[in-house]
Design a protein around this ligand. Sequence first.
Ligand code: PNS
Length: 164
Amino acid sequence: MTRRCVCPGSYDPITLGHSDIIGRAAAMYDEVIVAVLYNPAKEGVFTIDERLKFITQGIDEAGLTNVRAEAFANRLLVDVCKDVEADVVVKGLRGGTDFAYELPMALMNRHLTGLETVFLPGAPRYEHISSSLVKEVVRFGGDISGLVRDHVRDALVERLGPKA
Ligand code: PNS
């Protein structure tokens, strides 16, 4: 039986913290689906195609042959997992705040369909990274090198950085 998991998120954009969790999930499961969950009514910084492209570039660069990315609009995570035939969600935890946010969702998903969530401790060097903080730093001209891949950094600076 193929052991398949889902790494869900908004990925607007993918950070090195996300990539670390995806890589570790790829070592634990036969197949990993990176699921970009979104609401078409809400505009992000990057389009869904751009987010998928950044994720796929990261997967290719890391040589992860058992990982693929897919987008899902207005769907419950439990339904996405049913569609792709995954019975586990893998998520990274950066600390207590993440746990407080993630636990009710994990319990709700388990209540709905029995879907289990596996939490991986975030690598300490990525603990301060989130998509929202990275975007805020860029907006005010800060350097986000080493927090996202270079091509994602350049795209963020282009889109959000202060204009000279
Ligand atoms: O990257 P994010 O914003 O932390 O991702 C959160 C996400 C998209 C994984 C979460 O909001 C989610 O699972 N949304 C899907 C809708 C859903 O199933 N909601 C009920 C969960 S209890």
